[in-house]
Design a protein around this ligand. Structure first.
Ligand SMILES: Cc1ncc(COP(=O)(O)O)c(C=O)c1O
Length: 501
C-alpha cells in the first residue's frame, strides 16, 4: 500500500514547472521541506523508509537518501537508529516565522472577500463557543442522557447493518423514527399528523433553512417575533428575505387585541416564525385569541406559520399547552421540534410536521439539498422512543429541571427581589430571564460574568430594533443543584459592581 507521504510527493512534484531543471533529489528536498513548513507533515511525524518512498515514487533510493540527508543537515528531520526518520519538533524557521505567522493571520480578513451577507453573519456571530456550565441557557443536562441503553442499541445495529442503513437515505428520515415521532407528538403535543407528514432534519436550523428556500423568494416578506430566537435571524439573513418584527404581546396588551404589535401595511408574509407554547426568550405563552388570529391571517394571505416548539416538553406547572398546529384541522402550520433539548444538542436530530400539501415537495428538496444520512442513529432513536425510554427520560428530567428552576428563582427573589424575575415567564423550559432595570448594560454584565466563569446571554441581543428590554438569560437545566448558589453569588457580585441591583 502506498504511504500518504508518497502521495504527497507525487502530487507536489509533478506540477512544479519551475523545478523542471533541478536535480531530482533537490526537487524532493524542496517538496518535503515545504510540506514540513506548511504543516502537511506535522512535527514528530515519521517519514517513510527511504527504500519504500523510492519504490512508491519510482525514484532511485540514492535520490531519496540525498534529500533526507540534506533535510537532516539543516535540522528539518532527525533519524533514530532502528526506528526511522522523523520530522523535527521545531524547524529552523519556526522561531523566525512565529512573528510572520501572526502577521499573516492578521492579513486574512483583507485577503478574503466574503459575500456581503456572509460578512454580516460573521461580524455578528451568535453561537457561543462554550456550551456547558452555569448558566448556559438552552442546554439540557446531557450527563443524564441514558447513554448506556442507547449505546447498546447502536452497537447491536452496527453488528449487522443493512445496506439501507449505510447508503444515502431517502424519504425524509428512517421510517420507524417518523412513525415514533408522529405517535409521540399526537399524544404529547396534540399535533394532528401521520408519519408521512414527518420529515427528520438535522435540527431546527435546517428546518428554518428548508422552509425559507421552499416558500419564500428573496425579498419576500416574513414576520419574526421580537424579541426572538437569534437562529431565525441568522438563516433569514442568508436568504435575503425582508424581515418584519412581530412584537411579542406584553401583559399590558388588552386581551381583545390579538393583533397588537403586528406589522402594519406592506406585502403579506410568506412565513411567520413563532414560538407559541413558550416564547423564546421571554417564556410567555401566546394567547388563544392571538393564535387563532395568526392562523386566520396566514390562511387569508396564503402564508404559513412556522411553529418552533423547541422545549415544550418541560412545563412544570399547570396543564401542557397544546400545539398551535393541532388547533384546527389542516392548519397552515409547519410544526417543528428537536431532540436537542429533550436528549442532547450534539445529536443534531430534529423534525418537521408538514401540512399535507407540502410534505412531498419538502421531502424531495430535503434529499436533493442536504443528502440524508445518520440512518443508524435514527433507527436507534426510534427504538429508544418505542421502548418507552424517551418518555421516561423526559418525565425524569422534568422533575430535575423543576427543582433547579425553583432553586434559582428562589435565589433571585431572595437576593434581588421578585421584580427581577420576568413577569411574563411561565413556569417552563430550560432557562429563566433575570430582568434588569432599563438602562443597564446587559452585554457588559454578561461579559463580566463570563470572565468570572459564569455564562449568561444578554436579553437585549434578542431584539433587532430599539426599545430592547434589559436582562440576562440564565439556564439552570445543565447546572447541578450544588453549583447553582455559588455561580449565582458570582453573578450577584457582577451585578452589584455594575450597579444593576
Ligand atoms: C427557540 C429555539 N429554537 C431552536 C433551537 C435550536 O434547535 P436545534 O438544536 O434543533 O437546531 C434553539 C436552541 O437553543 C432555540 O432556543
Amino acid at each position: 500500500m502506498k504511504s500518504i507521504c508518497a502521495d504527497l510527493v507525487l502530487q507536489r512534484l509533478a506540477p512544479r514547472a519551475d523545478a523542471a531543471g533541478a536535480a531530482l533529489n533537490r526537487q524532493l528536498y524542496d517538496c518535503l521541506r515545504e510540506a514540513i513548513l506548511d504543516g502537511s507533515l506535522p512535527p514528530s511525524s515519521p517519514l517513510p523508509a527511504s527504500r519504500d518512498l523510492a519504490r512508491e515514487t519510482a525514484m532511485s533510493r540514492n535520490t531519496v537518501l540525498h534529500a533526507y540527508a540534506q533535510l537532516q543537515a539543516e535540522g528539518y528531520v532527525h533519524s533514530r537508529v532502528g526506528s526511522g526518520t522523523f520530522v523535527a519538533a521545531t524547524t529552523p524557521e519556526s522561531q523566525l516565522s512565529a512573528g510572520r505567522a501572526r502577521a499573516a493571520d492578521a492579513d486574512v480578513p483583507g485577503t478574503v472577500r466574503l459575500a456581503r451577507r456572509a460578512q454580516a453573519l460573521v461580524a455578528d456571530a451568535s453561537a457561543a463557543p462554550r456550551q456547558w456550565g452555569a448558566f448556559m441557557p438552552g442546554v439540557p443536562d446531557v450527563t443524564q442522557f441514558p447513554h448506556r441503553g442507547f449505546g447498546r442499541i447502536v452497537s447491536r445495529l452496527w453488528r449487522a447493518p443493512t445496506p439501507e442503513l449505510l447508503t444515502y437515505s431517502h424519504g425524509g428520515g428512517h421510517p420507524a423514527l417518523r412513525e415514533a415521532i408522529a405517535e409521540h407528538l399526537r399524544v404529547a403535543r396534540a399535533v394532528r399528523c401521520n408519519a408521512d407528514q414527518v420529515l427528520v432534519t438535522e435540527g431546527v436550523h435546517q428546518a428554518i433553512d428548508l422552509s425559507l428556500r421552499m416558500l419564500a423568494d428573496p425579498r419576500d416578506t416574513v414576520w419574526v417575533e421580537e424579541p426572538g430566537y437569534w437562529g431565525f435571524h441568522k438563516v433569514l439573513q442568508m436568504d435575503g428575505t425582508r424581515v418584519r418584527a412581530l412584537k411579542v404581546q406584553t401583559g399590558s396588551d388588552s386581551p381583545d387585541s390579538p393583533e397588537a404589535g403586528w406589522p402594519r401595511g406592506g406585502t403579506p408574509p410568506r412565513l411567520i416564525f413563532v414560538t407559541p407554547s413558550h416564547q423564546y426568550p421571554l417564556g410567555s405563552v401566546m394567547s388563544l385569541a392571538r393564535r387563532r388570529a395568526l392562523l386566520d391571517h396566514a390562511r387569508a394571505c396564503g402564508g404559513w406559520i412556522f411553529e418552533d416548539d423547541y422545549d415544550s416538553e418541560f412545563r412544570f406547572a399547570g396543564r401542557p399547552i397544546p400545539s398551535m398546529q393541532g388547533l384546527e384541522p389542516d392548519s397552515p402550520v409547519i410544526y417543528v421540534g428537536t431532540f436537542s433539548k429533550t436528549l442532547f444538542p450534539g445529536l443534531r436530530v430534529g423534525y418537521m410536521v408538514l401540512p399535507r400539501a407540502l410534505a412531498a415537495p419538502f421531502r424531495t428538496a430535503h434529499a436533493d439539498l442536504y443528502r440524508e444520512g445518520h440512518a443508524i442513529t435514527q433507527a436507534a432513536l426510534a427504538e429508544l422512543i418505542g421502548q418507552g425510554h424517551y418518555a421516561a427520560h423526559i418525565r425524569r428530567m422534568r422533575v430535575l429541571y423543576a427543582r433547579r428552576r425553583a432553586l434559582l428563582a428562589g435565589l433571585i427573589a431572595t437576593h434581588l427581589g421578585p421584580a427581577y424575575l420576568h413577569p411574563q415567564a411561565s413556569n417552563a423550559g430550560l432557562h429563566l430571564v433575570l430582568q434588569l432595570p432599563a438602562g443597564c448594560d446587559d452585554v457588559a454584565i454578561s461579559r463580566a460574568a463570563e470572565a468570572q466563569g459564569v455564562l449568561t446571554r444578554p436579553l437585549s441581543r434578542y431584539y433587532r430594533r430599539s426599545g430592547a428590554q434589559r436582562g440576562l438569560l440564565l439556564g439552570y437545566a445543565c447546572v447541578q443543584e450544588a453549583d447553582i448558589e455559588p455561580a449565582f453569588r458570582v453573578l450577584l457580585e457582577c451585578l452589584r459592581r455594575a450597579r444593576a441591583t
